[in-house]
Design a protein. Structure first.
Ligand code: SF4
Length: 210
């Protein structure tokens, strides 16, 4: 029997502007992989946790090429769910061979040896665990401002990751209490001398775009 080509379970592939983190505003093609190893109650992509369609790497790249005809960008963001739960080695290799830059948005609990240009690491409650490889590799650390987030978590994470990687406070889906809490924590960080802590928003939610 002919071996089946490797497939990945995909929730959606779309073109938009990166809405979060330091790459905010840059045209990007997103590949959202289905499934996650966590189940955060504040998750804003719950639809991606269970469902998805199996696609071969060739089909994924074909879709990216087709979107790219009207959306010129060299950046592909592999997101989820948790994109590293599936073996994306082959996809990453193929994207690099085509000259793309790869961003991976991960909760930080999974790591794979692949050629990635930009890791956005977003440790999640209650334990905010992350793999030690990201201490070196994270380009940014995104922290969702939840009701339970405590000051000590910000302080601990800021002191663990190298200062060159900004710690980005990201209000939860623009809820008023979350914006207010982000501002309070941001001022507290300044007062206590924590460096490279930044305030942010989710651009795609303001513009109501994918
Ligand atoms: S880690 Fe991210 S994708 Fe997974 S459940 Fe939490 S918020 Fe959703």
């Amino acid at each position: 029997m002919t071996p089946q080509p490797p497939t990945l379970k995909i929730s959606e592939i779309f073109a938009s502007a990166q809405g979060e983190g330091l790459r905010q505003g840059e045209p990007t093609i997103f590949v959202r992989l289905a499934g996650c190893n966590l189940s955060c109650d504040f998750c804003d992509t719950k639809y991606a946790l269970a469902n998805g369609v199996l696609m071969s790497i060739d089909k994924i790249v074909e879709k990216i090429r087709s979107l790219g005809r009207n959306w010129p960008t060299r950046w592909i963001c592999l997101t989820g769910g948790e994109p590293l739960l599936q073996d994306i080695t082959g996809l990453a290799r193929k994207l690099k061979a085509e000259g793309f830059f790869i961003q991976v948005e991960t909760n930080g609990t999974v790591y794979r040896h692949i050629d990635v240009d930009w890791y956005s690491v977003s440790p999640k409650p209650p334990k905010y665990r992350f793999r030690s490889e990201y201490l070196e590799k994270a380009k940014e650390i995104k922290l969702v401002i939840t009701k339970d987030l405590e000051w000590s978590t910000i302080s601990i994470l800021r002191n663990k990751f190298p200062k060159k990687a900004p710690l980005i406070l990201q209000p939860q889906s623009h809820r008023k209490w979350s914006l207010q809490k982000a501002w309070r924590l941001y001022r507290e960080a300044a007062k206590k001398g924590l460096v490279n802590v930044r305030l942010s928003v989710q651009l795609h939610k303001i513009y109501k775009i994918p």
